[in-house]
Design a protein around this ligand. Structure first.
Ligand code: ATP
Ligand code: MG
Length: 353
C-alpha cells in the first residue's frame, strides 16, 4: 500500500468533500491508484462520478472549500498538506494539465507563442529568445503547420482543434513527467478529436511522460490506455489492464457502460443507456452505490459497500488489495459475470439468483 512500487504518482485513500446547503458532498471516496512512468491510465464513468475532482486534487486545483484527505505522492513527495510553493513548482513543469476548453486556459490578449514561451520561462532559467524557440518547437511537436508564423498569432486566429493542440504544446514545453488530460477533446468536432488525440499521444510517446486521460469515449480509452479505472458514485468500482477490463468486465456498472456504446459495425444501432440515475453524493446508500440500478443485486449488496477485490485470472485471484497491478472489482457478485455472458445483462427480465 505504500511506496513500494516505482510509481510516479501514488494516490492512496484519497477523499474529497465539499460543504453544501444539503450537507457534505462526498465527491471522491477512498480512491487509490498508481501511475507508473510512461504509463497511460484511462479514467471513465458517468457525469458526476468524481473523475475531475479526484484528478484536480493532484495538482491542488480544487476550490478552497474542498476538504482533501488521504495521500497523493508524486515521485515520492507527499502533496497533501505540502506547502503551496511545492505545488507551484510542480504545476506546469513536472506535471501538466490539459482541460476541455482551451479558450478558458489561454489569454486572448497575448500571442500563442508568447504564452507558451512564458510557461517555459516560469519554470526554467532560459533567455526570452530561447523560450521563444522552445515555444516554436513545441508547436511543431503538435503538428501546427508553419509554427514560426503561427506562434505570432492570437488564440482567436486558431481553429478549435489548433487551439487545443497549442494547449498541448504549452503543457509539453517543460517536458512534464505527468500529463493530466481531462476530456481534452470533448469540445471539438469528431474528426478533429482524433487528430488532437493522436498529437497528444505522439507528444507523450516522444517525451516518455505518463498520462492520465479522462474521457467519455470508451473507444478512445481502449485505443490509448494501458490501464483503465471505472468510477461510480465518487469511487473506483473496477480497474485493471484496459483489455482485461473491457473484454472481461467484472462489475455490472462497467458492463452497462460498455453496452451503452454503439458497436463500431452498428452505426445507428440502438444505444442501451443504464436505466436509473447515479446516487446522490450527499446521502449515499449504505451498501453498493450501484445497487439501485444493478440487474444482479441481492440483499447483501445493500448492507455494506463492497471492497475492491482481485478478480483477475491466475494466482492473484481472490486476493484482496487496495493498490493492485491487476484486475479489481467492487462487486460481491463478480463471479456471476465470470460465469456467463455479460452481453444481455441489462436487458434480462430475470435476474439470476
Ligand atoms: N466546487 C464544488 N463544490 C461542490 N461540489 C462539487 C464541486 N466540484 C464538484 N462537485 C461535485 O463533485 C461531484 C464529482 O464531480 P466531478 O466534476 O469530479 O465529476 P466528473 O466525473 O468529472 O463528471 P463529468 O463527466 O461531468 O466531468 C459532483 O457531484 C459535483 O457536483
Ligand atoms: Mg469532469
Amino acid at each position: 500500500m505504500t511506496g513500494t512500487s516505482g510509481a510516479l504518482l501514488e494516490v492512496d485513500g484519497l477523499s474529497v468533500t465539499f460543504p453544501s446547503e444539503d450537507g457534505e458532498v462526498h465527491a471522491v471516496r477512498d480512491v487509490s491508484f498508481a501511475v507508473e512512468p510512461g504509463e497511460v491510465l484511462g479514467v471513465v464513468g458517468e457525469s458526476g462520478s468524481g473523475k475531475s475532482v479526484s484528478l484536480m486534487a493532484v495538482p491542488r486545483l480544487l476550490p478552497g472549500s474542498a476538504r482533501v484527505t488521504g495521500s497523493i505522492r508524486f515521485d515520492g513527495t507527499e502533496l497533501v498538506g505540502a506547502k503551496p510553493e511545492t505545488l507551484r513548482g510542480l504545476r506546469g513543469s513536472e506535471m501538466a494539465m490539459i482541460f476541455q476548453d482551451p479558450m478558458s486556459s489561454m489569454n486572448p490578449v497575448h500571442t500563442v507563442g508568447r504564452q507558451i514561451a512564458e510557461a517555459r520561462r516560469a519554470h526554467a532559467s532560459v533567455s526570452k529568445d530561447e523560450a521563444w524557440r522552445d515555444a516554436v518547437a513545441a508547436l511543431a511537436l503538435v503538428d501546427i503547420p508553419q509554427p514560426e508564423t503561427r506562434a505570432k498569432q492570437y488564440p482567436h486566429e486558431f481553429s478549435g482543434g489548433m487551439r487545443q493542440r497549442a494547449m498541448i504544446a504549452m503543457a509539453m514545453v517543460n517536458k512534464p513527467r505527468l500529463i493530466i488530460a481531462d476530456e481534452p477533446t470533448t469540445a471539438l468536432d469528431v474528426t478533429v478529436q482524433a487528430q488532437v488525440l493522436e498529437v497528444l499521444d505522439q507528444a507523450r510517446v516522444e517525451s516518455g511522460a505518463s498520462l492520465v486521460l479522462v474521457s467519455h469515449d470508451l473507444g478512445v480509452v481502449a485505443g490509448t490506455a494501458d490501464r483503465v479505472q471505472v468510477m461510480y458514485g465518487g469511487t473506483i468500482v473496477e480497474t485493471g489492464p484496459t483489455e482485461e477490463v473491457f473484454e472481461r468486465p467484472r462489475m455490472p456498472y462497467t458492463v452497462g457502460l460498455l453496452s451503452s456504446l454503439p458497436a463500431v459495425d452498428q452505426i445507428g444501432g440502438r444505444l442501451h443507456p443504464i436505466p436509473g440515475a447515479p446516487p446522490s453524493l450527499v446521502s449515499l446508500p449504505p451498501g453498493c452505490s450501484f445497487a439501485p440500478r444493478c440487474p444482479i443485486v441481492e440483499d447483501a449488496c445493500r448492507e455494506a459497500e463492497p471492497e475492491l477485490v482481485e478478480v483477475g485470472t491466475g494466482d492473484a485471484a481472490q486476493r484482496s488489495s487496495t493498490i493492485g497491478t491487476d484486475h479489481l472489482s467492487r462487486c460481491r457478485r463478480w463471479d456471476v459475470l465470470a460465469e456467463g455472458s455479460t452481453e444481455n445483462l441489462f436487458s434480462r427480465t430475470e435476474v439470476p439468483a
